[in-house]
Design a protein around this ligand. Structure first.
Ligand code: PLP
Length: 402
């Protein structure tokens, strides 16, 4: 029996600094409503609504049948690392040595974890734009870093003004975390801006950890990879995965591309936590990255997201809401809708839209202070759900009583 008189054992105090994810709380609420029989339009997830291409699953099955069901190399199979290097050269124009500069990871989140663990010391300051995906800050805090948020307000296209980086800089700053195209805003900066940021990082001897998991999802000019500048590779840690670009979120496979001495640390961290990524999944990932027909599947998914993006922009034009302002995303598969006109906390808005209209969303405040008054709506859902959900949000906002 649990002895209430026993002294409490110490827990890791660092976790007291992390809030329980608002996304998880919303997901629980949505599940409970669905279980009670309510029809919910789910526009809260960051998971492609497309299945993984069957040929990728076949490649994994074939590898299992060939006996690849045991431990594999911690660094990742050479053919997958070569495939990653070819992808980075093909799509981003950056050359990496597959032997020493690439590590296969358990998805993008694990690549980010290993990247941060490899370079961060306790007490180091980490600069992270606000709004941004909560994991970027949470991970830095778990590793005993100190997070400084750099405002990236809607009025500046969700990109920090350059002076804001300068203002945030301290003598303890070691790392800048970037995520472009951004979750939740879809924004990404110009090539010239990134170049200036790289110069800033060089001048102040900072690492740039760049999470580019949405790199293949863009609607205009291709976003520039953070490492694609003369000399930038030496201080840039690229985080990427197959989750979003190949609809492989459940496969848990990604990669870190970084200077060899960073990769050496990351291998130690990976070896001592997960040992290796499942070999048959690595084979499927190598196939996905290199097979020409699969690259076409990715292009087709991008076209579908683009069509849904146009659908929302058309609806916004048609409905002409004063309450719901739509900022066209440049990439990723989210709209960060501006409902600040309602002057209501984003959490309350999302709870009420869920209860009153049956639409699942994520409050913008889950991404930082600059996200307050915004809600994140995914377009990784059917055209019908995107249209029905957006119409309901506008109807709710136009008629809401406080
Ligand atoms: C910005 C960002 N990075 C990383 C991830 C995690 O990706 P993965 O499934 O590859 O771990 C997500 C997932 O939503 C994300 O939004």
């Amino acid at each position: 029996m649990f002895d209430t008189l026993a002294p409490m054992q110490n827990l890791n105090q660092q976790f007291n600094l992390i809030r329980q994810s608002a996304t998880v709380a919303m997901a629980d609420r949505i599940l409970a409503l669905k279980a009670s029989g309510r029809n919910i339009v789910g526009l809260q997830v960051g998971d492609p609504d497309f299945g993984t291409a069957p040929a990728i699953a076949d490649a994994a099955f074939q590898a299992m049948q060939n006996g690849l069901t045991h431990y594999g190399p911690s660094r990742g199979y050479p053919d997958l690392r070569t495939a990653v290097a070819s992808k980075l050269k093909r799509d981003e124009g950056v050359s990496y040595d597959p032997a020493s500069e690439i590590l296969v990871t358990h998805g993008g989140i694990h690549a980010y974890y290993l990247a941060m663990q490899s370079v961060l010391n306790p007490g180091d300051d980490v600069l992270i734009p606000d709004p941004s995906w909560a994991t970027h800050s949470n991970m830095a805090i778990m590793l005993r870093g100190s997070v400084i948020r750099v405002p990236a307000p809607a009025e500046n296209g969700f990109i920090p003004q350059f002076e804001s980086w300068l203002r945030a800089l301290t003598p303890q700053t070691r790392v800048i975390v970037l995520n472009y195209p951004s979750n939740p805003t879809g924004a990404y900066p110009t090539r010239a801006y990134l170049k200036k940021l790289q110069d800033f990082a060089k001048e102040h001897n900072l690492w740039i950890v760049s999470d580019e998991v949405y790199g293949s999802l863009y609607y205009g000019e291709r976003p520039t990879c953070a490492a694609a500048f003369e000399g930038a590779k030496e201080r840039t840690l690229l985080v990427n995965s197959l989750s979003k670009s190949y609809a492989m979120t459940g496969w848990r496979v990604g990669y870190l591309a970084a200077p060899a001495r960073v990769i050496e640390n990351a291998i130690k961290a990976g070896q001592n936590s997960i040992t290796c990524v499942a070999p048959f999944i690595q084979k499927a990932a190598a196939f996905a990255l290199t097979d020409p027909a699969i690259q076409q599947v990715t292009a087709d998914m991008r076209a579908a997201y683009s069509r849904r993006r146009d659908l929302v922009l058309r609806l916004a034009h048609e409905l002409e809401s004063e309450k719901v302002k739509v900022i066209p995303p440049q990439g990723a598969f989210y709209f960060f809708l501006d409902l600040r006109a309602l002057n209501m906390p984003a959490v309350e808005m999302c709870e009420r839209i869920l209860d009153e209209e049956g639409v699942g969303l994520v409050p913008g405040s889950a991404f930082g202070e600059e996200g307050e008054g915004f809600i994140r709506m995914t377009i990784a859902a059917s055209d019908e759900d995107v249209e029905a959900g957006f119409r309901k949000i506008v109807k709710w906002a136009e008629n809401v009583q406080r």
